[in-house]
Design a protein around this ligand. Structure first.
Ligand code: NDP
Ligand SMILES: N[C@@H](CC=O)C(=O)O
Length: 433
């Protein structure tokens, strides 16, 4: 039986998971593919760092050339993260006619088209299942099993760290900082966790999916992005008062020849299927013209789920060293900044943090002058000392929310979409509870 030698760029959380599972499942993979798959070298930055997998000293290298010039290594797995030097090493591997498997969403979101073109030119494969949704097989499903469908939207939870943190804050009442530390300890967070909590990571993944299914090529600049950094336990509490939960939702829609991309926290109804997606789980609903809606759910981050996606890509290379799927023909986006009418948000969750306590009478008075009778406002809660107030507001004009906030001399205001149904069942008039 032939042995396939793999070179790893990186031996952190994901790299260690790949090594462990290739060892554990070596016989199983051999029986299913007819190949033995073994990692020969791993590129690291330190020889002395403690690792979750024990490897012989000669296995590690700090010189990328050890992998790049080794003729035995036919598949390179890039799990180091970041743009450089990952991009340079991947290009060098492709130029050396090695297949590349990567989990690097940031690199793909920023340089995906050029790397894919290089792989196609060199006649080798560049696979990236692990870059979106951790262990969920969403990338190949979209590429290979929805080719005859036209996709109209993708909506989901694409960042395991944020979802884990929001769940911990909701269920165990832990602070934002403690929840983040926990996510880092569990290996879910990026090396720079700002990428997770500021919504960049989810935006990279949304862009990768969007560019696979829509005929218009988008860039990171086309994404409206907001992360969970401003979310407080009060938001989670106010959300529960109206049977909602806070989730970081990534959404891509293709309407009238334009792609609309948005990553933001949202108050979603607790009966929304995404509301039950907890902890590190991710979920993606794809809507397509022939098949209808398909929902995928699974662990979106962590050592083993991500290793699973990488190994399935390695197996895919063994089965099909030449791609059989034609990429979608795309044209560049033009004039996409105008949101189409039905995508415009009209219902908002608003939290106002004030420097001094304020009475409900005063809030009521400001509301009367700030909002029209046709607009709807409910106060859904306030913190113990009335310093933090939560509202649901239905308005055609987001500016009026800011005007209302300014009148209260608030020091901080958080506004994001509300997707529950409490406002729709109210009569059209401003009111305070
Ligand atoms: N963690 C997860 O759940 C998931 C991660 N990903 C992606 O997978 C990739 C890896 O993530 P993860 O394993 O968590 O990251 P880690 O930070 O745990 O590991 C990174 C590894 O790369 C090595 N490395 C980094 N920079 C260099 C460099 N310049 N030269 C040599 N070696 C380098 C590090 O070496 P050393 O150990 O010596 O420091 C380390 O072994 C990232 O792109 C991430 O976005 C994708 C899906 C899920
Ligand atoms: N940091 C990422 C890791 C997987 O892509 C996440 O939390 O989702």
């Amino acid at each position: 039986m032939k042995t396939i030698h793999v070179g790893l760029f990186g031996l952190g959380t994901v790299g260690a998971g790949v090594v462990k599972s290739l060892i554990t499942n070596e016989e199983h993979i051999a029986s299913r593919t007819g190949f033995r798959v073994q990692v020969k070298h791993a590129l690291v930055q330190s020889f002395v760092k403690e690792r979750s997998v024990s490897v012989p000293a000669e296995f590690l290298t700090m010189d990328a050339q050890t992998i790049l010039v080794d003729p035995d290594i036919s598949i390179v797995v890039e799990v180091m993260g970041g743009v450089e030097p990952a991009r340079t090493y991947i290009c060098a591997a492709l130029l050396a006619r090695k297949h590349v498997v990567t989990a690097n969403k940031e690199l793909l979101a920023k340089h995906g088209p050029e790397l894919m073109a290089l792989a196609a030119h060199m006649g080798v494969r560049l696979l990236f299942e692990a870059s979106v949704g951790g262990g969920i097989p969403i990338v190949r499903t979209l590429q290979a099993y929805l080719t005859a469908n036209r996709v109209s939207s993708i909506r989901g939870i694409l960042n395991g760290t944020s979802n884990y943190m929001l769940t911990q804050m909701q269920v165990k009442q832990v602070t934002f900082a403690d929840a983040l530390m926990d996510a880092q300890r569990l290996g879910y967070a990026e090396a720079d966790p700002q990428s997770d909590v500021e919504g960049y990571d989810a935006a990279y993944k949304l862009l990768i999916l969007s560019n696979m299914v829509f005929p218009v090529q988008s860039t990171l600049n086309d994404i409206k992005r907001k992360g969970i950094v401003d979310i407080t336990p009060d938001d989670i509490d106010f959300a529960s008062q109206v049977d909602c939960v806070v989730k970081l939702i990534a959404q891509a829609s293709y309407v009238d020849g334009c792609v609309h991309l948005d990553v933001s926290p949202r108050l979603i109804d607790r009966l929304d299927p995404l509301a039950t997606v907890r902890d590190v789980f991710n979920a993606v609903t794809v809507s397509a013209d022939v098949v209808g809606d398909l929902t995928f759910i699974g662990r979106g981050a962590g050592e083993m789920p991500t290793a699973s996606a990488i190994i399935e890509d390695i197996v895919e290379v063994l089965r099909s060293p030449r791609t059989s799927v034609q990429p979608l023909e795309q044209h560049k986006a033009v004039g996409q900044d105008e949101q189409v009418e039905f995508l415009k948000r009209k219902e908002y969750y608003v939290r106002i943090d004030l420097a001094n306590p304020i009475s409900n009478d005063r809030i009521n008075e400001e509301m009367r002058v700030s909002f029209r009778e046709s607009e709807k406002v409910i106060q859904i809660g306030h913190s113990k000392h009335q310093l933090s107030h939560g509202f649901l507001i239905a308005t055609e004009d987001e500016e009026r929310i800011l005007l209302f906030v300014r009148k209260l001399k608030a020091i901080k205001c958080v506004v994001f979409p509300y997707e529950g149904d409490k406002l729709s069942i109210l009569p059209a008039q401003a009111m305070v509870l």
